[in-house]
Ligand binder design. Structure first.
Ligand code: 0WK
Ligand code: 0WK
Ligand code: BGC
Ligand code: BGC
Length: 866
């Protein structure tokens, strides 16, 4: 089930001139394909067939690719096109694991090929290297496709219902359009992607041993790749003749054929070609038989012999067709189920000499599909022009939309290897931050929060929570009561944090907070009550106790002066005292990640990680006290606010940061800081896309090079626009609307291109967060010394909530990076205020029972204070 990175079948808008290579079937072809779109829609092709000598098929990889390039050179000479750098589509009819339309490494050779040093190598790189070695011409290799995919595209150009490609030729294989949501090995859930099934490998795990015969085992043992491609060896042209020969030998040994005399020719492997089956089964007259048998020089064969040979051929080809029919029935049924249809109508594009030349194969295959999948009407269309045309169509699509952009933003797409590397880097940063010695120089500060457990269900009381630092400043009243079960009631007011306040002086900022709190108490008639307050302050704070928070540095939009290095609880208390119209008892200051973890911990006691993916980004988790060297004590756990936004501030991520990221940082309020945050969080994503669009427009890749003042204005393209444009159905029309507002009058292609840019930028964000989260999860697993970690992650933030696919992409990537962790992602519905109240409740109770207990020892009182 190899992803082919082909997302759609042709829509008739493809156009241009392309080169195509078609390697792996009977013939190696080099083609030039001219595609016209619109009313004069047409495809004109010219090709030459070249032989691939046996010794090249089974020589070294270099020799093979040099031979291919030699043929291309001959073709270009013949066509007088040596000096053109045409885009090329490469049909490579062998299993390739792809990570993009132009990246694929050979899994293993099949059919007659066994060139050395090719398996696990990228075939596009091998071809590029051979072209470089020859140094005579240059080509732009845009796509590598399997012949089933090329065949599907070729037939889909005429019949839009064609969504399956079948090859029944030398080899045997099928591809089809699968829903992205079902393809777990690739990012993304929207739309479809073609999957090359490589059904030839079916049975390699022994699951069809019950239908394989000793003849099949003989053929397999005698093949170039024994043990592999078991299904193919029962169904494809390369092997049917051999199966027949094995059966004829067996019958002859038992004296049932050729009077029991086994001739040398009969013992020769490959001598009974599959085309003989077609010839024998085609003509009822025995004449041909004679010819065929002549081949075996077993004169004296009787008439009965010829009947038996014909029977054997029929049985072998009939079985092959039925088996392919069964495979095809499974595919069409899966598609029908994917779409929840009562009845499916679909077309299969077919190619291959066995299907084309055998007199009965195609009919038996069709009948079998009809019998096994009655709820599907399956039409089979023969591919007249081969898969070269399909390869050119794919190249046209790839080159136009994504190819250009993928190459452009190549450095923003990460393979799992890269993500695993980032994961281990971040894991090391976690450990650096926890250790006494290295913490001072660590970029990931690993700040102790003095929250020692998640809610345990006994919390109760009436609290005020302040929630400052996200996109909204909220003040909440949180009542936690215990009738039958623990319930939480909340009343919330949202207040502004105008630019001049958050960029002004710290005094003004906290006066503003105190004023809003006063207004809130007024509205809720609690000015007379001195309620305990939990303060969610979403910035990096060093704490030595729950109700103290020394701001280390502002992040996101905030830059008030005179606050960094100060205790924000003191600053707020001061502002409140200055007013004198109400009293508040600030019992706890918590980070929004901690508040989010506590809010989710209220509903799921397994929650031990809190993540924000909003204006900013950050994570906290429950760490073992014995590992937190900055805080006394080894018992139990404490929540650590990692402040992962600063990951990379020491240059640790320079190899994955792009010039766009550097532009963002240069234009930010805090250059050189929060570099990880600036690659992933909502405050910066829209701007990243804008910078990319400007650069692409400058290079004429977009909007025909038009650049408008709006497009050049910082902040004009917002992160919420990305979420709108990536909405599957209406995304493109949204793109048109949003780009029109930027004055660039986009073309349809421009809109698709912009949607692709948005997807790449938001993908990157989700993948990077997945990598750092995965590091935290493996830390928890190791802390607990368990083989599998079962845990819950509480999440909040507008990017995670609003973006149509962010959540799913994050979940998928995490599961791929740390398959040994069972992670539940729990969205924080009610914000971190509730969580802050939970922390305050805990602080309040601890204080209360200390005072109430009959003879509280001075010592324990002191400890608690400290
Ligand atoms: C023709 C296609 C080619 C494919 C071949 C398969 O253009 O890509 O590999 O059909 O059939 P064969 O030549 O193996 O019988
Ligand atoms: C809602 C939480 C708040 C947090 C915010 C982050 O209640 O504490 O800061 O999510 O998301 P943002 O508003 O930055 O998108
Ligand atoms: C290869 C497939 C190919 C098929 C038909 C098989 O041996 O593994 O990639 O599609 O032959 O050519
Ligand atoms: C702050 C964190 C906060 C995160 C999410 C970052 O900029 O440094 O303290 O948790 O934003 O709001």
């Amino acid at each position: 089930m190899l992803p082919a990175f082909v997302f759609q079948t042709p829509d008739g808008t493809e156009r241009g001139k392309y080169l195509a290579l078609d390697l792996g079937g009977t013939n190696f072809r080099v083609l030039v394909v001219k595609i016209r779109s619109g009313i004069r829609k047409s495809v004109r092709m010219y090709n030459k067939i070249y032989a691939i000598p046996h010794e090249i098929m089974q020589g070294t990889g270099e020799e093979l690719f040099d031979h291919i390039v030699h043929c291309i050179s001959d073709f270009l000479d013949y066509m007088g096109m040596k000096n053109t750098r045409l885009p090329l589509g490469f049909t490579f009819s062998f299993p390739c694991r792809q990570t993009g339309i132009d990246k694929g490494s050979l899994v293993s050779w099949t059919k007659g090929f066994k060139a050395t040093d090719c398996e696990d190598h990228d075939v596009v790189d091998m071809l590029r290297d051979a072209i470089k070695r020859r140094n005579e011409f240059d080509l732009d290799i845009v796509a590598v496709v399997n012949d089933t995919v090329g065949t599907m595209m070729t037939c889909a150009y005429e019949d839009s219902k064609c969504e399956i490609g079948l090859i029944a030729g030398t080899g045997s294989n099928v591809c089809y359009m699968e829903d992205m949501r079902n393809i777990e090995t690739v990012e993304g859930d929207e739309g479809q992607m073609c999957v090359n099934t490589e059904w030839g490998g079916f049975g390699e795990n022994g699951c069809i041993e019950d239908i394989r015969t000793k003849f099949d085992r003989e053929v397999d043992e005698g093949s170039l790749n024994s043990g592999k491609q078991r299904f193919e060896k029962m169904t494809s042209g390369m092997y049917l003749g051999e199966i027949v020969r094995q059966i004829l030998i067996d019958l002859t040994k038992r004296g049932l054929l050729f009077r029991g005399r086994i001739t040398e020719p009969l013992k020769t492997r490959g001598i009974f070609e599959t085309k003989f089956l077609s010839q024998i089964e085609r003509f009822i007259s025995t004449y041909t038989l004679i010819i065929a048998l002549m081949h075996l020089q077993s004169l004296g064969s009787t008439c009965d012999d010829s009947i038996i040979v014909k029977e054997v051929c029929g049985a072998v080809s009939h079985r092959a067709a039925q088996l392919c029919g069964a495979g095809m029935a499974a595919i069409v049924e899966k598609i029908r189920e994917n779409r929840g249809l009562e009845h499916l109508e679909i077309t299969v594009g077919v190619d291959g000499t066995l299907y084309k030349l055998h007199p009965h194969f195609s009919r038996v295959l069709k009948d079998t599909v009809r019998d096994l999948a009655p709820k599907c009407t399956v039409s089979f269309v023969l591919s007249e022009d081969g898969s070269g045309k399909g390869a050119a169509l794919i190249t046209a699509v790839a080159r136009r939309y994504c190819g250009g952009i993928d190459k452009y933003l190549y450095s923003m797409r990460f393979s799992d290897e890269t993500l695993l590397e980032i994961m281990s880097r971040f894991r090391r940063e976690l450990e650096k931050g926890l250790s006494q010695d290295t913490n001072p120089t660590a970029t990931v500060k690993m700040l102790p929060t003095f929250v020692r457990s998640i809610p345990d269900g006994t919390e109760k009381g009436d609290f005020i929570a302040l929630d400052l630092g996200g996109s909204n400043f909220r003040i909440l009243r949180v009542k936690v009561s215990h009738e039958k079960k623990q319930t939480v009631q909340m009343e919330t007011e949202i207040y502004d944090t105008p630019e001049d306040i958050i960029h002004g002086s710290g005094t003004r900022l906290f006066d503003h907070v105190a004023e809003c709190l006063g207004d809130f108490m007024e509205k809720h008639k609690i000015k007379d009550k001195k309620l305990p307050v939990g303060f969610t302050f979403s910035f990096p704070c060093a704490q030595t106790k729950l109700d103290e928070g020394i701001l280390l540095t502002w992040t996101k939009r905030f830059k008030a002066s005179g606050v960094e290095g100060m205790d924000v609880v003191k600053l707020l208390n001061k502002a409140i005292k200055k007013r004198g119209d109400y009293e508040a008892d600030i019992m706890a200051v918590v980070n929004d990640t901690v508040g989010t973890m506590m809010t989710c911990g209220f509903d799921d006691h397994r929650c031990e990680v809190g993540i924000i993916i909003g204006t900013g980004t950050n994570a906290c988790y429950m760490e073992e006290m014995r590992h937190i060297e900055l805080v006394e004590g080894d018992e139990g756990r404490m929540c650590i606010n990692t402040e992962w936004g600063a990951f990379g501030d020491d240059g640790m991520l320079e190899d994955i940061r792009t010039d766009f990221d550097r532009d963002i940082d240069r234009g930010s309020l805090n250059p050189g800081k929060q570099l990880f945050e600036k690659m992933v969080s909502g405050m910066y994503m829209g701007e990243l896309v804008r910078l990319i669009l400007v650069k692409m427009a400058r290079e004429g890749l977009l909007f025909e090079g038009r650049i408008t003042p709006e497009l050049l204005t910082k902040g004009k393209f917002e992160t919420k626009h990305i979420s709108a444009i990536e909405k599957s159905k209406e995304g493109l029309s949204k793109a048109k609307e949003i780009l029109a507002r930027l004055g660039v009058e986009p073309s349809a292609d421009d809109c698709i291109a912009v949607q692709h840019v948005c997807a790449i930028v938001s993908f990157r964000s989700a993948s990077l967060v997945a990598a750092t989260l995965a590091a935290i999860l493996t830390r928890l697993k190791d802390n607990k010394h368990v083989p599998r970690l079962k845990t819950t992650v509480g999440i909040d933030g507008s990017l995670y909530k609003m973006h149509p696919q962010y959540a799913r992409r994050l979940h998928k990537t995490v599961r791929r990076l740390v398959p040994e962790c069972d992670v539940r992602f729990l969205l924080s519905e009610s914000g971190s205020g509730k969580g802050a109240a939970m922390v305050t409740a805990w602080a309040y109770r601890t204080l209360a029972c200390l005072w109430d207990s009959p003879s509280p020892s001075p010592a324990s009182k002191l400890v608690w204070m400290l």
